[in-house]
Design a protein around this ligand. Structure first.
Ligand code: PHE
Ligand code: FE
Length: 300
């Protein structure tokens, strides 16, 4: 599917054209990727991470993600060039990747997504940070996030999320909307015919969490429910204590894009609600985690 083949009727009326009247205070933070300036060692770091992750993910990631890696030629070796990714990506879903220096302000981030641009960190982690770093680098952003942007429904979700973000700012409910991003785009799991698989980029770009999220008895795995997710606290410093499982990107799209969040924001209030390890009587429990990992961490 190309951008022009995209079904505009899928976008609900209250959200159509929303990004148009948002004016940015600052610039869009976009920089040149400056691909020629990456060193041989930086390319080697990408290759090391790429091979290590693909090996872990081949039976753990959603096939749509693995397919995206190949469709965008991210498997060709070395740090990919955004201009080349974009030829392929734009043709498929109308999305493009733009380079930014690192984290950008919320409004800038939402505005990019709302216009089908994914802002990706330009830099790559050093060899001292192979397993963990706090700021999203090019490996997290491009290996983790970009492959799924080849999926038409997921791409539509990302655009809608950007528009929803701009809207949430007006309601003062960014915290609640951030929980949705966290538990889907970053740490989401998906049901497939072969079992539960990874689609969240925070998982798929992390060696240890890719194994933990799917194989470890510690975390809860709970069926996705929009309001439940938006009421749930999350860990930014360690593996998640709960993962939410969607049945399909269509389920995610319908549940979020078709819902007007205004009454939901009203209901949610400003609170943070459920703990990161909560299991409720109303939950669709896929795995009731032991929380052994989190408990040992706390004790240790
Ligand atoms: N439907 C949401 C709103 O009313 C917007 C949104 C769409 C948010 C998709 C997240 C994901 O604001
Ligand atoms: Fe991310």
């Amino acid at each position: 599917m190309t951008a022009t083949q995209r079904d505009e009727s899928r976008v609900p009326p209250y959200i159509k054209g929303m990004s148009g009247h948002i004016t940015l205070r600052d610039d869009d933070y976009v920089i040149d990727q400056n691909w020629a300036a990456y060193s041989a060692d930086e390319h080697a770091v990408w290759d090391f991470l790429y091979r290590r992750q693909v090996d872990i993910l081949k039976d753990r990631a959603d096939p749509a993600m693995l397919r995206g890696l190949e469709q965008l030629n991210l498997n060709r070796g070395g740090i990919p060039e955004f201009a080349k990714i974009n030829v392929e990506l734009k043709a498929r879903t109308g999305f493009e990747v733009v380079a930014v220096p690192g984290l950008v302000p919320d409004e800038v981030f939402f505005n990019h997504l709302a216009n089908r641009r994914f802002p990706a960190g330009q830099f790559i982690r050093t060899r001292a940070q192979l397993d963990y770093l706090q700021e999203p680098d090019i490996f997290h952003d491009v290996f983790g996030h970009v492959p799924l942007l080849t999926d038409p429904v997921f791409a539509d979700y990302m655009e809608a999320y950007g528009k929803g973000g701009l809207r949430a700012m007006k309601f003062g409910r960014l915290k609640q909307l951030a929980a949705l991003y966290w538990y889907t785009v970053e740490f989401g799991l998906i049901e497939t015919p072969k079992g539960v698989r990874i689609y969240g980029a925070g998982i798929s770009s992390s060696k240890d969490e890719s194994i933990f999220a799917l194989d470890d008895p510690s975390p809860n795995r709970i069926r996705f429910d929009l309001e439940r997710v938006m009421r749930t606290r999350y860990r930014i410093d360690d593996f998640q204590q709960t993962y939410f499982v969607i049945r399909s990107y269509d389920e995610l799209f319908r549940a979020t894009v078709d819902t007007d969040f205004a009454p939901l924001y009203e209901r949610l209030g400003d609170g943070v609600g459920y703990g990161a390890d909560a299991v409720l009587a109303t939950d669709g429990v896929v795995t009731h985690g032991t929380q052994a990992y989190a408990k040992a961490k706390k004790a240790g």
